[in-house]
Write a protein that binds this ligand. Structure first.
Ligand code: SAM
Length: 290
């Protein structure tokens, strides 16, 4: 039997009695990082053989583990943190085992993305999990095309050194939608910051992002969907620009005209140049009339 065992995402108190029971009684533990998991096992005084199963050995190691499962061994699969299979290589072993008709059971537990979703205060009835958006330009563009229109809450994982870049990327594509930045969940420095991408950028420009992060992004509302936006008029663009300018001024946030235009374009889901031209048309008329 393959046991998929969720482990804590920070606070060791979150390990479940069932997880400990399976780890104590299995024949072998397949771990993403054996040194990391050894610390967890030592903490709970569990002595078990460990093998590594991670991104760069999964192709070779997977069939060996499947062979052991066929011969009747009980293997516990654990990742560095949280639930194996969620944004980690565990998913491939689970698929291989199910493809082979092997029995798979699970000891459920923490998932960083779900904890962040619940704490975000954003709608939880419908949501999308996107994992890491990564650095590949084509994939980022696909993500951008999706998020502009996605009406469900979107959950993503991000590394601290990429947090600011991702917030800037989001700012360009989601305008002033709400984003919850969830940091170091279940750990001493747990923090949930709720605001817009712009507000988070100004925060993390002053305070270096440290630790582990999940971002939970509010879905688009109906009025920002593509079909509606095709109807956006130059007045709509002009008014939205002024609304955002006033908002930033009242919050004491300095933003360049071009950045606000980008945000307006994202809000109405139209190209930036088009938003700029539409804004200028009304702006010049307004100034001409003064
Ligand atoms: N399997 C894990 C789960 O169930 O959530 C996720 C594994 S993924 C390789 C690791 C990423 O999850 C981190 O880079 C971070 O984005 C997120 N993460 C894990 N633990 C976290 C925590 N305590 N607080 C915030 N984010 C966390």
């Amino acid at each position: 039997m393959l046991y998929v065992v969720a482990t804590p995402i920070g606070n060791l108190g979150d390990i479940s009695p069932r997880a400990l029971e399976v780890l104590e009684n299995c024949d072998l533990i397949a771990a993403e990082d054996t040194r990391h998991t050894q610390k967890l096992l030592s903490h709970f005084d569990i002595k078990k053989p460990l093998v590594s199963y991670y991104e760069h050995n999964k192709v070779a190691r997977g069939p060996l583990l499947i062979e052991k499962l066929h011969s009747g061994e009980n293997i516990a699969l654990v990742s560095d943190a949280g639930t194996p299979g969620i944004s980690d290589p565990g998913a491939d072993l689970i698929k291989a085992a199910t493809d082979e008709g092997l029995e798979v059971s699970m000891i459920p537990g923490p998932v960083a993305g779900i904890m962040a979703l619940v704490l975000s205060g954003l709608p939880t009835d419908k949501f999308v999990f996107e994992g890491f958006i990564g650095t590949d330009n084509k994939k980022k563009q696909e993500f951008a095309d999706m998020i502009i229109e996605e009406m469900r809450t979107v959950i993503i994982y991000e590394a601290p050194h990429r947090l600011l870049k991702t917030l800037e990327f989001l700012q360009q594509h989601i305008g002033d939608r709400r984003v919850a930045v969830c940091r170091e969940l279940t750990k001493t420095h747990e923090e949930v910051l709720r605001g817009t991408a712009t507000e988070h950028i100004s925060h993390f420009t002053q305070i270096e992002p440290r630790g582990e992060f999940v971002l939970v992004i509010e879905g688009a509302d109906k009025k920002t969907s593509r079909s509606h936006n095709e109807e956006a008029t130059a007045d709509d663009i002009f008014n939205k620009f002024n609304e955002l300018s006033d908002k930033y001024a009242s919050e004491g946030i300095r933003r360049k005209k071009n950045d606000i235009i980008k945000e307006v374009a994202a809000f109405f889901n139209i190209p930036k140049n088009q938003a700029y031209d539409m804004y200028e048309t009304v702006n010049q008329q307004t100034q001409g009339g003064l």
